[in-house]
Design a protein around this ligand. Structure first.
Ligand code: FAD
Length: 640
């Protein structure tokens, strides 16, 4: 059994501490506006934030619908999703068509040449495009959700906005470059650098950026790189800064265009910067703000990905409604067999709920009345995972046809439903813009934040005695009223009547939210500083919080739908089913918080990493051996 040498262990611990320090320094720490989701983790349900489902204004609807219809006609007429798939390229006339319609400036302010659409309509249009060709939707979304426009809108100076936003709105394609070969979820390991020239007028950028979507066709990039360390409290602290880079700058090179299992039309590559000279004025914000800029951009960018997942849900419903009615096996349409009906019922309710959560967050982003960073992350995490599940189930319901490509189905005269394309295209959504595991860590950190603010020094072995004493008194005052009140029965909060037929579900949300907050507190007491490493415990906490948020959003949406169409009961049926399903998952997660197999799972995983179960791999040609042989062949042929 191999073990890690002690000096290597301490090196890894240093790396971990540094990663935490960098991530912590880049966190958005302030809560300037209320957050419904943040309250759930503290046992505080705020009905006033959830009861009225946010709706777009009449002006937003008129402008948004007009653009929606324009885009719909364009894609139906000019986009061939199978051609994009075959050629692994979006044709130039399609890109130009989107430029001409103003799609590269959908949500850029009108004063900068954009269309100024709301987040809700931006989402709807990206989802519409995605329902036809996900690769095309990614072109538009990578440019606007995370590319140069978004960070510039939030952090740019007036001059920077005036210089770049009109160009971006007119169709100068942009991209977001954070990832490097050794930097995925952990930006502390970033190696690309920018150094100020002696005259102080330019920065010189060196390094590589990997998997940059739109990077192979972009005119402009936002690039996150390291600038010289700063001394903070006597110790050097890594600085990451964000720059706008013109891709026609000397020294910029596209090394490789990456190919993926799905999204075959996206332009994504490995980019190299060799002494690329960038004017000082292209620094966004200040030196050292780069990671905060990147993470804030992602906090907002995440509003769109769940909407794109919504398009997959809707496609699944449409395909299943047709197929599960039409396909007759064993004397009945397959949708009537209970095993298939089980999948269908859950899929319909989940589609409605995911849409409710996604557009709740987007609607609030438009109204500007709430902090939506947790809601956006929860919607992203849940929708990307649930969409993958829905597509997988759809493939199963389609049977062999689900596994067949649309080209092949078309060639033999069957309806070419592209379920396998959806499966390939959608898989990336649980990895990009915050992998699911990282979303859980992000949400867990925010869930613990109010407690950390009070008691961090108490459990931090490095804190001084003075800091510990101060923290103790602060905590004692707070918890002496907070903790007992988290045990009070729900009927004391007589606020559920406004949720009408859903009051029982909202009572559950209230009760579960207080139980959740107590469990967070117990977890902190039990695991103390080690809680940060208990990812299975934290994962369950986050899943409970996210489910409670989605239950609340779906109730709010169903009530809004009921008010609009009192005679239509279908939204209530879906909301009710979703709440019932969510409750069971929540109860299971509560049960497993303290009674689980985590210790055994961790133990086997560690023994596995130490090669103790290698015998289980006997009987195959090892993928690693095949990979090494292929690499050798490539290096021999390039040497020849
Ligand atoms: C198609 C595609 C498009 C992309 N577009 C862009 C783009 O436009 N711009 C850009 O900058 N990047 C982009 N990326 C990169 C993407 O954001 C990263 O792949 C993602 O951040 C994950 O990083 P990684 O792949 O290096 O995985 P790693 O960080 O190496 O992680 C591997 C696995 O370990 C898990 N993991 C890592 N750390 C932890 C931890 N502390 N605790 C628990 N689990 C952990 C991860 O969740 C993941 O499951 C793209 C990638 C792809 C494939």
């Amino acid at each position: 059994m191999s073990t890690q040498a002690p000096d290597n262990m301490s090196h890894l611990k240093d790396q971990h501490d540094e990663a935490m320090e960098v991530a912590e320094a880049a966190r958005e720490t302030e809560w300037k506006q209320p957050s419904y989701a943040a309250g759930l983790f503290m046992g505080r349900v705020q009905p006033e934030l959830i009861r009225n489902y946010p709706e777009p204004t009449t002006e937003q609807v008129l402008e948004g619908e007009a653009m929606y219809e324009k885009v719909r006609s364009f894609i139906e007429e000019h986009v061939d999703p199978l051609q994009v798939e075959r050629d692994a390229k979006i044709p130039d006339h399609v890109v130009q068509g989107f430029r001409d319609m103003g799609c590269f400036g959908l949500k850029l302010p009108k004063e900068y040449g954009g269309l100024g659409l709301s987040q809700v309509y931006y989402n709807k249009i990206v989802a519409l495009i995605g329902s036809y060709s996900a690769s095309v939707a990614v072109l538009i979304s990578a440019h606007q959700s995370i590319g140069v426009p978004q960070p510039l809108k939030i952090f740019g100076t007036k001059e920077q906005k005036q210089k770049y936003l009109p160009r971006l709105a007119a169709g100068a394609i942009s991209a977001f470059a954070l990832t490097e070969p050794n930097v995925g979820s952990d930006p502390a390991k970033m190696t690309a650098t920018a150094e100020l020239t002696e005259d102080g007028n330019y920065y010189i950028i060196n390094g590589e950026k990997l998997w940059c979507t739109n990077g192979t066709v972009a005119e402009l990039l936002i690039v996150m790189v390291r600038t010289p360390d700063k001394i903070v409290n006597g110790k050097p602290r890594k600085q990451i800064s964000a720059f706008i880079v013109e891709t026609n700058s000397p020294g910029f090179e596209i090394v490789h265009r990456c190919e993926f299992i799905g999204l075959r039309g996206i332009e994504n590559g490995l980019l190299r910067f060799k002494d690329v000279k960038v004017p000082k004025g292209n620094l966004i914000g200040k030196e050292g703000m780069g990671l905060k800029i990147a993470l804030t951009t992602l906090n907002n960018g995440r509003l769109t990905l769940p909407a794109a997942c919504g398009a997959y849900f809707k496609q699944c419903l449409n395909i299943n409604r047709d197929w599960a009615n039409e396909r007759v096996q064993w004397g009945a349409p397959i949708g009537k067999h209970e095993a298939v009906a089980n999948k269908l019922g859950k899929m319909v309710a989940t589609t409605y709920a995911m849409e409710a959560a996604t557009y709740y967050a987007a609607g609030l982003a438009d109204s500007g009345t709430a902090d939506i960073r947790l809601e956006a992350a929860m919607a992203k995490m849940q929708a990307s995972e649930a969409a993958w599940h829905a597509i997988d189930e759809t493939l199963q319901i389609r049977g062999g046809r689900g596994y067949e490509t649309e080209q092949s189905l078309l060639a033999r005269g069957e309806k070419p439903y592209g379920v396998e394309r959806m499966l390939r295209d959608s898989r990336i959504n649980t990895i990009i813009e915050g992998a699911s595991e990282i979303m859980r860590l992000f949400l867990a950190r925010e869930a613990l934040d109010p407690h950390m603010k009070l008691g961090a020094d108490l459990i931090n072995p490095k804190s001084s005695l003075g800091a510990k004493i101060k923290s103790f008194f602060k905590s004692a005052v707070f918890y002496s009223w907070w903790y007992p009140t988290r045990w009070l029965p729900t009927f004391l909060w007589k606020r559920h009547g406004q949720f009408r037929s859903f009051s029982k579900h909202m009572r559950f949300v209230e009760r579960a939210s207080r139980r959740l907050s107590r469990n967070i507190f117990h977890g902190m007491m039990f695991f103390q500083a080690g809680l940060e490493k208990r990812q299975m415990f934290l994962g369950r906490i986050v899943e409970i919080g996210a489910e409670l948020f989605t239950m609340s959003a779906v109730v709010s949406k169903a009530l809004a739908d009921q008010e609009k169409s009192p005679n239509d009961e279908t939204p209530q049926q879906l909301a009710d089913l979703y709440c019932c399903l969510a409750k069971r998952r929540i109860q299971q997660n509560f049960r497993e918080l303290w009674r689980n197999d985590d210790v055994k799972v961790r133990y086997v995983a560690q023994r596995f990493l130490a090669d103790d179960y290698q015998w289980l791999e006997a009987g195959i040609i090892e993928p690693e051996a095949i990979a090494l042989r292929l690499l050798e062949q490539v290096s021999q042929s390039s040497a020849a």
